[in-house]
Design a protein around this ligand. Structure first.
Ligand code: GLN
Length: 192
């Protein structure tokens, strides 16, 4: 199974390692045409504003077409990219997930932390590494929440059809469940 990791900027290499550990063949995607040769895509953490600049209008449109058709998993900046509505500041999104997401939502003091949250994935609570994380502020009716965090049970991982996103960084924890869930999604074909 060939999985692409968008490798424009950010922590793409940690995803590459994790996916390879789970037996996937990984392609580091640096040019839009590489999207034609992969079965699923991971959009890593980094700076979503920088992703937009590097992609340019054409790259963005090509990526938008890809995420409409093929399984995609975004973490942190990648989750921001996949959203329909983005605030703080407003910026365009790929619109694959019916969510509103607020960039850098936790302020400077607590901008990075390791916490334990709840997940619907089998195996119980999961470690979550947050780095200048966004916050999912609205979840549309077609969106399934697959992990929550904190007293208010903030949604921190979601899925809509063949698209998944997490506001934390599962590629930086030992736990492989989130990436496994994504590979299952790719394997199970593109239902929903
Ligand atoms: N703060 C970044 C953004 O707004 C996301 C941070 C991350 O990916 N670790 O795009």
């Amino acid at each position: 199974m060939k999985i692409g990791v968008l490798a424009l900027q950010g922590d793409f290499d940690a995803h590459r390692k994790r996916l390879e550990q789970l037996g996937a063949e990984v392609v580091l995607v640096k040019r839009p045409e590489q999207l034609d040769h992969i079965e699923g895509l991971v959009i890593p953490g980094g700076e979503s504003g920088a992703f937009l600049k590097i992609l340019g209008e054409q790259g963005f449109e090509k990526l938008k077409e890809f995420v409409r058709l093929k399984p995609t998993f975004g973490t942190c900046a990648g989750a921001i990219m996949l959203a329909k509505e983005i605030t703080n500041p407003d910026q365009p999104g790929l619109g694959a997930l019916d969510i509103r997401i607020r960039r850098n939502a936790y302020g400077r003091q607590i901008d990075s932390s390791i916490r334990t949250g709840e997940t619907a994935l089998p195996g119980g609570p999961i470690e979550m590494v947050f780095i200048r994380a966004p916050k999912i502020e609205r979840v549309g009716p077609g969106v399934e929440v697959i992990a929550t965090e904190g007293r208010d049970k903030d949604p921190v991982a979601v899925r809509q059809g063949r698209v998944m996103a997490a506001t934390f960084h599962p590629e930086l924890s030992q736990d492989t469940r989130v990436h496994r869930a994504f590979l299952d999604l790719v394997n199970n074909g593109n239902s929903h």
